[in-house]
Design a protein around this ligand. Structure first.
Ligand code: PEP
Ligand code: MG
Length: 573
């Protein structure tokens, strides 16, 4: 047995055989050829295309049976591309001109196509980029004789072991088969961690380099997402512990069900609204199960991360499904937060030197205005089915907010012009997740209806700590004085302007932090649905006076460790 420690990223304990998820798409060999090699390279291309064609035809037939004509037509578009004589012409020309192997020719063809399509102003043409990627990956897979790994088709229960997991890897994966996740990189607030918690999959991230190399496919792996421990080939003691943890989990689930219908309030009756964060529409069942009073953050970009860009109609259906299921409870939809670690090659949001400081979220949407307005129209149309609020991510200046509001006004006008009814009183708010927004929140408050503090990014940008980099994760302290001060500042400006202030970063999901935040003045917290019962219990254990005094003391401390010690000594959670 070998034990490794990492970051406890998603609670729960699990044991299952390892499934190694290794993305080797970067490993495409590139080498020189001579003119005499060209016919053989073309033959290889024909053979790989033929295999890809057969595969796509089978997928099309399966999609037609399982999902209907509309979904199947995606594969018709792939077949058309494979059969396009222009593609063959371009590959042949590239082989002759550059004298590099056919894989290189295909990669240059892909880059050229992606540049061309993604610079088109028409979102429908931009959407074709994902088709290009899909077809190219399929052909390259056959050329290199590599099995395409899909996390959607797993048939047995496994622990997923990977160097890193992108949000797009996790969308569409077979959640019932993945019993645990271990990755070499990533931290508690990385998107892989957030998704693991949303899907209730135990996860230990950031176990450090070369872990994947130590594991053999199928080898037994034990994941303790509560303690951040991973064991390869666990012994009997570990296995017994897993059994005990399972019994405790079942008991906890029973208690949580009992707590569901009790409102969250302090001992002396101050009501706190506990709402949920979701990534995909099908998490709504969980939101209801845990008794959330609404959705405080719908990370809408996850609809875009499955390798296909949804159009207005598809988005309208997704938002409507969520808002209808919530039966009048508020649903805050955050507009597309793409960029950073959520790369979307289909839309050209990639390849920056400093993606977290780059073309991300609202910055991206203010440039891709058609894509942005398509989303806004879909949200506006869904607003008649319940109570929707719109939230803009990564606002860092008032000018961005004004421009976003301007495009929203255009989208409203377009909806009306098409005869769509919309909620005339729809509220708009912003994430406070960039230090400049917290510092200037008084100015921003004049142009929106609410704030939601995103501590995951606010900490990352305030402390200059990449939230997904395990090497510097130790600096991302839970109670950084600087971040606490920015939170306090935002709450103060929000109160002064009489607008709602909530907090939807991972900090809200920690019971002791939740008490601290209530003491600092917050009356609404948004978190993964499964965290609600424990946070509710913590809030019910104090009076508002105790929470306020605790916050006052915490803000006078010098560092995070002192605040942790204070909370541990005053709260028995
Ligand atoms: C945040 O930054 O705190 C937040 C809630 O947004 P995300 O985690 O999606 O970046
Ligand atoms: Mg954020």
């Amino acid at each position: 047995m070998r034990i490794t420690k990492g970051i406890a990223a998603s609670p729960g304990v699990s044991i299952a055989p390892a499934f190694l998820f290794i993305d080797d798409s970067a490993d495409i060999p590139q080498y020189h050829i001579t003119t005499a090699d060209i016919p053989a390279e073309l033959d290889r291309f024909h053979e790989a295309s033929l295999l890809a064609k057969r595969e796509i035809e089978a997928l099309r037939d399966r999609a037609k049976l399982e999902a209907g004509e509309e979904q199947a037509s995606i594969f018709d578009a792939h077949l058309m591309m494979l059969e396009d004589p222009e593609v063959l012409d371009q590959i042949e020309r590239s082989l002759n001109e550059n004298l590099f192997n056919v894989e290189s020719a295909i990669l240059s063809f892909e880059t050229e196509m992606v540049d061309k399509l993604s610079s088109s102003p028409d979102p429908l043409i931009q959407e074709r980029v994902s088709d290009v990627h899909d077809v190219i990956r399929r052909i390259l897979g056959h050329l290199l004789k590599k099995e395409r790994i899909s996390l959607a088709d797993l048939e047995t229960e496994v622990i997923l072991v990977a160097k890193d997991l992108l949000p797009s890897d996790m969308v569409g994966m077979s959640r019932s088969m993945i019993k645990g996740i271990v990755t070499e990189s990533g931290g508690r607030t990385s998107h892989a961690a957030i998704l693991a918690r949303a899907f209730e999959i135990p996860a230990v991230l950031g176990v450090g380099p070369n872990f994947v190399e130590q594991v053999k496919p199928g080898q037994s792996i034990y994941v303790d997402g509560d303690k951040g421990v991973v064991a390869i080939d666990p012994d009997e003691i570990f296995i017994q512990r897993e059994k005990a943890a399972r019994v405790a989990r079942i008991q906890r689930e029973k208690e949580n069900r009992e707590l569901r219908s009790i409102p969250a309030q302090t001992k002396d009756g101050t009501r706190i609204s506990l709402v949920a964060n979701i990534e995909m529409p099908d998490e709504v069942a969980n939101v209801i199960e845990y008794g959330a009073e609404g959705i405080g953050l719908f990370r809408s970009e996850f609809l875009f991360l499955g390798g296909h860009v949804p159009g207005e109609e598809e988005q309208y259906k997704a938002y409507s499904k969520v808002v209808q299921a919530m039966e009048g409870k508020p649903v805050t939809i955050r507009t597309l937060d793409i960029g950073g670690d959520k790369v979307l090659p289909e839309l050209g949001a990639m390849g920056e030197k400093n993606p977290l400081l780059g073309w991300r979220a609202i910055r991206f949407c203010l440039e891709k205005t058609e894509l942005f307005k398509t989303q806004l129209r879909a949200i506006l149309r869904a607003s008649i089915h319940g109570k929707i609020k719109i939230m803009f991510p990564m606002i860092s200046t008032i000018d961005e907010l004004i421009r976003a509001q301007g495009l929203l006004a255009e989208a409203k006008w377009e909806c009306k012009a098409h005869g769509y009814e919309i909620d005339p009183n729809i509220e708009t708010g912003i994430m406070i997740e960039v230090p400049s927004a917290a510092i200037c929140a008084d100015v921003l408050a004049r142009s929106c209806d609410f704030f939601s503090i995103g501590t995951n990014d606010l900490s990352q940008y305030t402390l200059a700590v990449d939230r997904g980099n395990q090497k510097v994760a130790y600096l991302n302290e839970p109670y950084s004085l600087a971040v606490l001060r920015l939170i306090r500042m935002t709450i103060g400006y929000g109160e002064h302007a009489h607008i709602g202030v909530s907090l939807c970063g991972e900090m809200a999901a920690d019971p002791a932090s939740a008490v601290l935040l209530v003491g600092m003045g917050l009356r609404s917290l948004s978190m993964s649905a499964s965290a609600i019962p424990a946070v509710k219990r913590a809030i019910m254990s104090v009076t508002i006076e105790q929470a306020t005094a605790l916050a006052h003391q915490a803000l006078s401390m010098n560092n995070s460790a002192q605040v942790s010690a204070l909370l541990a000594s005053k709260l028995s959670l």
